[in-house]
Write a protein that binds this ligand. Structure first.
Ligand code: ADP
Length: 585
């Protein structure tokens, strides 16, 4: 039987109460059948309450007038009295408990000075996202182990998945066939010609084969056709990541609202604070220093001498033009820029670099490389192609070659932050920031033997923007290479900050950029799709926005650390109110 009352409790719709770490609220009176609409039952009980109250008052007045003793009651008066009590219980149960519960909860909650102060700070920071650092401590660990008082913001589920309709008998049969291996799971899309149905059937089969529930992983509400043969094979649903916005970020005279997909509390708020400091100081400026995607095959010869001969051939400028013609046939947007060979014994690693328009360009450059390798076989027929990628590219791995030579877009972005902004918005001072940058981002990273990691948390911002805009998140490895520099200028009053990022690999066409959510985020930035005026313009602009957002993130986190706010803020912002023991299945 349904408990039919308004949702006064903190449990969100659809969330079973047993999953919360707060005790379940006392049950409301279960008086009403689920088949009667709520407004009818409420109306009936209101009607009963007021009419019997009127009747009893009327009878009371009569008795006083006639001098009848009050304890002499008729059958109708008794019935009226009982109806009054019953309707009162119903009405209190329906409307009263929601009012009483918060009062009970408030009175039973421990109210230490710390919590009162914390709530006040959170309220204050919510009005003005202030000293909220992100990215140094492991927030997920903090979130997982720290229970929060029930008074904190309730952790609403990201999405209440729509109920999956029961399978039809045809689909049920297909599930059985997939489970038994009679029908390969990967063939469902082509067999059915219906990607959504294929995902639902595969999901049911996975649940049965593994014996594990996929409840909570939504399957409805996604366009599975859009990923077919392009983004993801064998889908069974989709994972949701919240998207926040930081900004406006004033960059090269244009304001950008930057979408960030993340589950790290503080990150967006912190970047937002950095954007604010940059914008009110007059904005940031950026330059794209170079733009070239790379691919480096590995080829092998019988001798090192032969490998060295190919190296010389590739380095000779006379040969470049003919190789470029062959390479550029791969796409109207691919333009070969550079060939850089490196020899290891009788093996040769050839790093091709080319512009790729608005595409991130891995497919494009790979096609061009294949064309050149086929061409080279004519003069170097003893060349054995070991692999189209020999890791000298270097894709999705931390490598000095990307840090030094660059990959994708190499961008520098700078801003001058005024003294009063450092004080008022960032709550620190120029001298502390400069010293911290030198000891942490430069010296500390050198002590750690960092490769491209001379920054506070560039990868936090890069990953969040990449996820929101449909970039390849694995390229976060080299895209996050960044050196953050800080210097006191104008007689030590103002701060000059810059980020130099040699390997930002982004595109606005191809891959995940064409999916509807990611495309919407690109649209927000005004860089959706191919740039009509100048091919490559959108991708370059996106790279500068990534660098600008990193600049904002660096500024804010470094300020929080300089002001000693880091751990305190994380403990406030990343406390989870979930009871992890109940989340283990
Ligand atoms: P990636 O290499 O990033 O995976 P692809 O090469 O698969 O990207 O996708 C790029 C596709 O988009 C190519 O087919 C290319 O011809 C097309 N395209 C259309 N407009 C542009 C543009 N402005 N820049 C780059 N590619 C474009």
């Amino acid at each position: 039987m349904d408990v039919r009352r308004r949702h006064h409790s903190s449990a969100p719709a659809g969330e079973p109460l047993k999953k919360k770490n707060t005790p379940p609220p006392p049950p409301a009176p279960q008086l009403v059948s689920t088949v009667v609409p709520l407004y009818v039952t409420n109306g009936v009980f209101f009607g009963v309450f007021f009419s019997v109250a009127y009747f009893l008052l009327h009878r009371w007045r009569e008795k006083i007038r006639n001098s009848t003793p009050l304890h002499v009651v008729t059958l109708s008066e008794m019935a009226a009295f009982l109806s009054l009590i019953a309707s009162l219980i119903y009405l209190l149960g329906f409307f009263g408990i929601g009012l009483v519960q918060p009062i009970i909860a408030a009175s039973s909650r421990p109210s230490s000075d710390d919590e009162a102060e914390e709530e006040e700070i959170i309220k204050d920071d919510a009005r003005n996202p202030g000293p909220c650092p992100a990215g140094i401590i492991d927030c997920s660990a903090v979130a997982a182990i720290s229970p929060a008082p029930p008074s904190q913001k309730p952790q609403l589920p990201l999405h209440v998945p729509p109920q999956i309709p029961p399978l039809s008998s045809d689909d049920e049969e297909l599930v059985q066939q997939v489970v038994s291996g009679e029908v390969p799971s990967y063939s469902l899309e082509s067999r059915l010609g219906d990607c959504r149905r294929a995902a639902v059937i595969r999901r049911a089969a996975v649940e049965r084969v593994t014996g594990r529930s996929l409840e909570g992983l939504p399957v409805e509400g996604f366009d599975y056709d859009s990923i077919l043969g392009q983004c993801c094979e064998m889908p069974i649903g989709f994972v949701q990541i919240p998207v926040g916005v930081a900004g406006p970020l004033l960059l090269d005279g244009v304001e950008h609202t930057v979408p960030m997909a993340t589950t790290e509390g503080c990150l967006v708020a912190s970047t937002n604070r950095g954007c604010k400091a940059i914008s009110i100081s007059g904005g940031a400026s950026s330059v794209v220093l170079r733009d070239g995607m790379t691919r480096a095959p590995v080829v092998r010869f019988a001798t090192a001498v032969r490998a060295a001969q190919l190296k010389s051939y590739l380095e000779d400028p006379i040969n470049f033009d003919s190789l470029a013609v062959v390479f550029n046939k791969s796409s109207r947007f691919a333009r070969l820029q550079k060939i850089k060979p490196a020899l290891a014994g009788k093996n040769l690693y050839i790093r091709f670099s080319c512009s790729t328009g608005d595409a991130m360009g891995m497919n494009m450059v790979s096609k061009g490389v294949q064309n050149v390798l086929d061409f080279l076989q004519t003069d170097f027929s003893d060349m054995e192609v070991i692999g189209i990628s020999g890791n000298y590219c270097s894709d999705k791995k931390a490598a000095g070659v990307n840090w030094i030579e660059g990959r994708g877009k190499s961008v520098v972005c700078e801003a001058i932050i005024k003294e009063e902004v450092v004080k008022k918005v960032l709550k620190t001072n120029v001298e502390s920031l400069v010293e911290l940058n030198m000891l942490k981002n430069l010296t500390g990273s050198a002590v750690a033997g960092a490769l491209g990691g001379f920054n506070a948390h560039a990868s936090n911002i890069v990953s969040a923007v990449y996820l929101a805009t449909g970039q390849d998140p694995a390229q976060n490895v080299e895209s996050s290479h960044c050196i953050t520099m800080m210097e006191a200028i104008n007689n030590g009053k103002d701060l000059h900050i810059s980020v130099t990022m040699p390997s930002i690999e982004v595109g606005t066409v191809g891959g995940g950029t064409q999916l509807s959510s990611q495309s919407a985020c690109l649209n927000l930035l005004g860089v959706k799709g191919a740039c009509k005026e100048s091919p490559g313009g959108n991708a370059k602009q996106l790279a500068t926005i990534v660098a600008g957002a990193v600049l904002a993130g660096e500024l804010s986190l470094m300020s929080a650390i300089a002001a000693g706010q880091l751990v305190k803020s994380h403990m406030k912002y990343n406390r989870s109110s979930r009871d992890v023991s109940k989340m283990v299945s």
